[in-house]
Design a protein around this ligand. Structure first.
Ligand SMILES: Cc1ncc(COP(=O)(O)O)c(C=O)c1O
Length: 398
């Protein structure tokens, strides 16, 4: 933002918690997306080809013709009964545990679940452990409550649980630990099964709450799904989920499931944010899930992202210089590059945009300035036909 007398005036009135770099990071990523002349590996948006436009249109007509009221009215804060039941059914089928009624709520996207958790649990200075790197929106959400973020590294097997244990033993005392165990954003790796139960045990031992973000869990390229942390530790895990990547972000819908006492606090916090997630989106999702349409859409989306992911990996293999490393995602939207010889990824991103390719410098995904030699590549939105050309250009710049 340019400093004018006007901005300085409102800056002086702004709450302290908004004065960090909150908001700027995502805005700069989104700004790159709009340029039609750029091949963008930047944003993590779902491919619009997956959106069920016709089915949504027919459902809307059905609701109107049937004189349905609930889709158009305010909803209870926890969510409408039918959609809650549909979410509970999916959790039972996909994660092997059905939540009790007082454990589940519907949110306006996963980002709202993170916001509600922060609002309910974080005082200024409280410690939140995140993965280094992690989802930028989560860094911003927790920062907005003036939490102190501590990044514990991850490797190709996900969060380094041994390292976390060492830091806990040395005195680290987080209130929350935020993790994305499946097809992580931005690193494209998953937490191995061997690390899952020990992580849950650490939460029990040291008394922190695990915030499990499952945004990409259902977007695996194979049918293999590891047990969710919530299914392993429903007493110490609150799970935030979203329909943005499996249905469409336009409905802004997600869920939070966790211990009943925690759920009650999140519901209370939601009464003071948006009061309820939009009923129309809830009903559209419920009907789509009940008719098997979500599963059909998922099968197509997984095949689409798998194809794009494989193409990106093949292009990286062909075009990137020796010494550059990258992760091999088995689901989700991302591969994570580590540049050779500690090259500067911010400078690379700037030069890349000048040459018509958008990438995101990895340092944005660390709360502590690390990752200056890393890059996030998102393959979800880029046209198949442009993948090779985009990666070739990147390779030439490197
Ligand atoms: C890891 C992760 N969590 C949450 C979200 C946000 O989900 P929603 O659209 O439901 O707010 C995203 C979106 O990019 C994400 O990558």
């Amino acid at each position: 933002m340019t400093a004018t007398p006007e901005t300085a005036r409102w800056e002086a009135l702004a709450a302290a918690r908004t004065r960090g770099d909150v908001g700027e990071g995502i805005a700069s990523v989104l700004a790159l997306l709009g340029r039609p002349d750029v091949i963008s590996f930047a944003g993590g948006f779902p491919d619009p080809e997956t959106f069920p436009r016709e089915r949504i249109s027919s459902l809307l007509q059905e609701f109107a013709a049937a004189g349905e009221l609930s889709a158009f009215q305010y909803a209870p804060t926890r969510g409408l009964a039918g959609p809650l039941d549909a979410f509970a059914d999916r959790l039972e089928t996909l994660q092997g545990r059905r939540p009790a009624e007082d454990e589940l709520m519907i949110t306006s996207g996963a980002i709202e679940a993170l916001e509600l958790i922060g609002k309910s649990f974080l005082d200024p200075g409280d410690v939140v452990v995140v993965e280094g790197p992690t989802y930028l929106g989560a860094i911003q959400a927790f920062r907005s409550f003036e939490a102190t973020l501590v990044a514990v590294p991850l490797d190709e097997h996900g969060l380094e649980v041994d390292e976390l244990e060492r830091q806990l033993a040395a005195g680290l005392r987080p209130k929350l630990l935020y993790t994305i165990p499946d097809h992580q954003n931005p690193a494209g790796v998953s937490l191995t099964e061997e690390r899952r139960a020990p992580l849950v045990e650490l939460a029990r031992l040291y008394g922190f709450l695990i915030v499990e973000d499952v945004a990409y869990r259902e977007l695996g390229f194979t049918d293999e799904a590891l047990p969710s942390l919530w299914s392993l530790g429903p007493d110490v895990v609150v799970q935030a989920g979203t329909t943005s990547k499996t249905f469409c972000p336009g409905v802004r819908l997600g869920w939070a499931v966790g211990p009943a006492e925690i759920s009650a606090r999140l519901v209370a916090a939601k009464q003071l944010t948006d009061q309820c997630a939009g009923a129309l989106g809830q009903r559209l999702f419920e009907e789509s899930a009940r008719r098997g349409w979500i599963d059909e859409q998922l099968a197509r989306s997984r095949a689409l992202y798998r194809r794009k992911g494989e193409r990106v990996l093949a292009a990286l293999e062909r075009s990137l210089p020796a010494g550059t490393r990258w992760t091999r995602p088995e689901g989700g939207f991302f591969s994570w590059l580590t540049l050779a010889g500690s090259a500067d990824s911010v400078a690379l991103a700037q030069r890349a945009v000048e040459h018509g390719v958008a990438i995101v410098p990895g340092t944005l995904f660390f709360p502590d300035g690390r990752g200056t030699d890393t890059v996030r590549l998102s393959f979800s939105l880029v046209d198949d036909a442009q993948i090779d050309e985009g990666i070739e250009k990147l390779g030439a710049l490197l």
